[in-house]
Design a protein around this ligand. Structure first.
Ligand SMILES: Cc1cc2nc3c(=O)[nH]c(=O)nc-3n(C[C@H](O)[C@H](O)[C@H](O)COP(=O)(O)OP(=O)(O)OC[C@H]3O[C@@H](n4cnc5c(N)ncnc54)[C@H](O)[C@@H]3O)c2cc1C
Ligand code: FES
Length: 263
């Protein structure tokens, strides 16, 4: 993990409220599923850094650690992201990272199925480009189609579901997952909590291994404040409580290890 001051290379609006942020970072050593904590302001407002998944490494040829920067995709939802959206190239932001465990590589021979909802697509870009497989993309409307731009991977197939039916199948992305669950599949998912809960339950019922990337509000990002704790399941059947920190034990967990009832 590094704490660096990074120059903004670009901060482009992709669609209303959605931005693509390029940050200079020599040899970032980032893996699919890692995230960073960004200081969006030099002052006290907001005081805390904000977590963002790494979308891709810029300028990496072959190894991600040979890159010259990272790219993030973010949606403006509140004070911090609003301040961020006004930043211009050449300004400097503090980055702490790379953080978290990242996605485990799929075991050889398994078919990779990725399930995403909205901005949950961010950490899957690097995974898809390495593993290929099937990407099940869930969105509210076809207006979110731009989030798929540039997605590629060996033999990657994309299937979409929109809530209003304006693109792909009408309904929830979990309906698409139903058709993919079979022996020899491993599932990776990131998106809203309700989607992750459903994906995890479906995979568990089908006996398919599933890794979920969770999002919680984070203050420190490094396992110190205990603010991002989630209750985990004890597979030994004992009653004692087990907590995991999403920032330092995760954000990627085996779906079977999370106590979804308490999230
Ligand atoms: C590991 C991780 C990776 C993330 N990756 C991305 C990413 O790649 N792109 C992206 O756009 N966002 C991502 N997020 C969410 C992002 O951190 C928040 O949207 C951001 O911190 C909001 O800051 P703010 O000051 O603008 O909003 P605030 O003013 O802090 O909050 C505004 C509203 O957003 C809600 N909110 C804040 N944080 C979250 C969250 N984590 N999940 C859901 N709702 C939240 C608040 O409850 C509130 O309603 C990630 C979060 C985590 C934990
Ligand atoms: S954010 Fe502080 S422990 Fe996870």
């Amino acid at each position: 993990m590094q704490s660096i001051e990074s120059k903004i290379l670009y901060n482009d609006m992709l669609a209303e409220g959605y931005f693509r942020l390029g940050l200079e970072w020599k040899t970032p050593r980032v893996k699919a599923g890692h995230f960073v904590m960004l200081r969006v302001s030099d002052g006290m407002d907001p005081l805390l850094r904000r977590p963002f998944g790494v979308y891709k490494v810029i300028g990496a040829k072959g190894s991600a650690s040979k890159g010259t920067g990272i790219e993030l995709l973010y949606r403006v939802v509140g004070r911090g992201t609003s301040i961020l959206s006004a930043k211009r190239p050449g300004e400097v932001l503090g980055i702490l990272g790379p953080l978290g465990n990242g996605f485990p590589s799929p075991r050889k021979g398994l078919k990779v199925v990725m399930v995403t909802g909205g901005m949950g697509i961010v950490p899957l870009y690097m995974l898809a480009s390495q593993t290929g497989g099937i990407l099940l993309f869930g969105a509210r409307t076809k207006k979110e189609r731009f989030l798929l731009d540039g997605f590629k991977g060996p033999g990657l197939k994309v299937k979409t579901a929109t809530e209003d039916g304006s693109m792909g199948t009408k309904g929830l992305v979990t309906a698409l997952l139903e058709k993919e669950l079979a022996a020899g599949v491993v599932v990776y998912a990131c998106g809203p909590l309700g989607m992750l809960k459903a994906v995890s339950r479906m995979c568990s019922d089908a006996g398919v291994r599933c890794f979920v990337s969770l999002e919680r509000s984070m203050a420190c990002g490094i396992g110190v404040c205990l603010g991002c704790a989630v209750r985990s399941v004890n597979h030994d059947g004992k009653e004692n409580r087990n907590y995991k920190m999403v920032c330092s034990d995760g954000p990627v967990f085996d779906g079977e290890d999370i106590d979804w009832e308490l999230l």
